[in-house]
Design a protein around this ligand. Sequence first.
Ligand code: GDP
Ligand code: GDP
Length: 435
Amino acid sequence: MANIVAIVGRPNVGKSTLFNRLTESRKAIVDDFSGVTRDRHYEMAEWIGKKFTVVDTGGFVHGSDDIFEEAIREQVHLAIEEASVILFMVDVTTGITDLDDEIADLLRRSSKPVYVVANKVDHARRTHESAEFYAFGLGEVYNISSVTGSGTGELLDEVVSHFPEEKEEEEEIPLPKLAIVGRPNVGKSSLTNALLGKDRNIVTDIAGTTRDSIRIHYNQFGNEFLLIDTAGLRRKSKVNEDIEFYSVMRTIKALEDSDVVILMLDANDGIESQDINIFHLAEKNKKGVMIVVNKWDTIEKDHKTTKEFETRIREKIAPFTDVPIIFTSVTEKQRIYKVVEKAMEVYANKTKKIPTSKLNDIMLEVIQNYPPPAIKGKYIKVKYITQIAGRSPMFAFFCNLPQYIKDPYKRFIENKLREHFDFNGVPIQIFFRQK
Ligand code: GDP
Ligand code: GDP
């Protein structure tokens, strides 16, 4: 089950500031390299070893003033339906407003855990001022300052208490789990239907009971896997399903439940910031990932078109560019089984174990030929390397002075690992450890 924390509240209370604080350490890494957009409204966070996705619902509220408040109510409704925990943020410097009261009314009817978060409590003086928020009748009020970070630790302790301990391998069904994700209308359901044909052997596992998605058992042409399908889950209420927030929540759930994410694009639109956000989330969650450029039949092509498309996509997803990109037409049935094959290859890459002797033979030689630069006259000596057991590839390089290894050298090592052992489509982690 996906752990989703939604921050709700009226504008300017500090939702996006808190969002950035909870997710900043992680996003800094990728942004610094690639200059990816910062307009992310959902991102992975981690507290005391528990991972979850934070959603800034304010980021999904667009529109002019008159439809604005309605849009906020809509986000709150969706958060109540889709999130695991809700943070209701209010502003201690303004006190309770009418819109706060309205939001509180909606939240009181929810059965989801709700935390009242009094923000902008920057100094002790303001602590007593937040007492008025007990009037919402939503229980404890958590005083925080999103700017300084004070109070956020206590809040997070409570929030993650709702999430189960991560188990090493909780696999009840040891089959690869694939999820087709992407923006509306790119062709996800068409691909699902084309693959499954009429033999939809549905592993019934309906939402509301234990999980947020349906798993469809696929077993054809020598490939067996579970296709994670959230699109099939229809909402009961009348609210428009195509709104961005809703499709994002479904995407997060499918992604977290899968091993390999098949990110589908429409060739006519190329890769857009929402796609990059999904890609990034898959990478952060250490999922296998591949990109499918669909509706290739609608593109006018010459001999360079594919290459140009590919180059543009790889520029946008940097620095993690070692991923398969496949061009399909679902309607013309072009390369749809190639998608399955590639996804299975990515899964194999993600789960494989490199023999220790081979790993050391190759990588110690690489390091010998291009050792880490000496720092202050001290030489770094790598003694041996092991692959650490886990859900995605991790490598420990044991050496005398791990603290002297800088990021460029880590990237060099990562590239060499990718060059010598196929990790196409798989995020890998490298640690330098004391020996
Ligand atoms: P959102 O509209 O709810 O996402 O609010 P923002 O995160 O954009 O914040 C609105 C304003 O409040 C910005 O000017 C922030 O710098 C400010 N702000 C956010 N958190 C705090 C805080 O803890 N203390 C103070 N003093 N200002 C804050
Ligand atoms: P979803 O919202 O991502 O599930 O997208 P759908 O599978 O519902 O497809 C949206 C529309 O795109 C439908 O009208 C499909 O027939 C059309 N479509 C899907 N794949 C292709 C394709 O490869 N080529 C063309 N020309 N149209 C496609």
